[in-house]
Design a protein around this ligand. Structure first.
Ligand code: 0O2
Length: 242
């Protein structure tokens, strides 16, 4: 009984380490999101979702990979025990988040799989990273792997439904259905492109408007003055720049 309790504690501590890694990464993402929001005036992240792999599915994977069944071996060989999915608004936001993560000096990106530039044959798209996160505990520091999947809402929509339709479907999928699935992924990608283009066009219009508003202000002696509309109308700016 004592031995079982010790083992249970060990599994719990092992999984807690991954929970702390996720907590720390989620806090980082939250800070980056707020800063981005402040600088660019919109939120690039729709939502984040984290999950811990169950001990059972960890064990299945370690058997599948024919690795030794021990905590150090599981830690070294299974890099998706902790998973964080970040759903972004636009494709360009995915790479912005990626760059922000690259710039964090305490994080190390040890693996990158770009299924956006190189989609899977079924059409699956996402940016996958394996990130090494430092976790500080009372008696030690550990480097812990977290799998980060970054995708748009459209990519997430497709992947969630594809997972629902084909999860545990062990038969060969008929080619006609594979073709339809790929077409659905292409439609999702086209939607992403269209929304990104709209977003860029509106951002440009907004910027021009803001610039023209700023142009109507002058700063003298650290004091800001709005140029009266009546004066602007005299030189035809008031109407023309609206
Ligand atoms: P879950 O429940 O989401 O965790 P590896 O992880 O190294 O054994 P692989 O294939 O090299 O396997 O990893 P990869 O390509 O980085 O993909 C792993 C995860 O990406 C999967 O986790 C899925 O979450 C997601 N994924 C990859 N391909 C597809 C796909 O075709 N459709 C969908 N819906 N999701 C996909 P798990 O462990 O399979 O499941």
């Amino acid at each position: 009984m004592e031995q079982f309790k010790r083992f249970k504690d060990e599994i719990t501590r092992f999984l807690m380490m991954y929970k702390f890694a996720l907590d720390s990464l989620e806090t980082k993402i939250e800070i980056l999101k707020e800063e981005f929001n402040f600088l660019h005036d919109y939120n690039p992240i729709e939502h984040t979702k984290s999950r811990l792999k169950s001990p059972e599915s960890m064990l299945n994977k370690i058997h599948r990979k024919r690795c030794e069944v021990s905590f150090p071996s599981i830690k070294q060989n299974i890099k998706d025990i902790a998973g964080l999915r970040i759903t972004c608004s636009f494709v360009s936001d995915i790479y912005r988040i990626y760059d922000m993560l690259l710039n964090q000096s305490d994080l190390k990106i040890v693996e990158t799989k770009d299924y956006i530039k190189n989609p899977k044959p079924n059409g699956y798209q996402s940016l996958h990273l394996i990130v090494e996160v430092p976790v500080y505990m009372s008696d030690r520091q550990e480097q812990v792997y977290v799998e980060v999947q970054i995708r748009t809402i459209a990519m997430d929509f497709w992947a969630s439904l594809e997972h629902k339709i084909f999860y545990k479907y062990n038969e060969a999928v008929p080619p006609r259905l594979l073709q339809e699935l790929k077409e659905a992924a292409d439609s999702a990608a086209a939607l992403d492109q269209q929304m990104e283009r709209l977003h860029n066009e509106v951002a440009e219009i907004k910027e021009n408007h803001e610039n023209s508003e700023i142009a109507k202000r002058i700063i003298i002696n650290d004091k800001e003055f709005q140029i009266p509309a009546a004066l602007l109308e005299m030189i035809d700016i008031g109407q023309g720049s609206k």
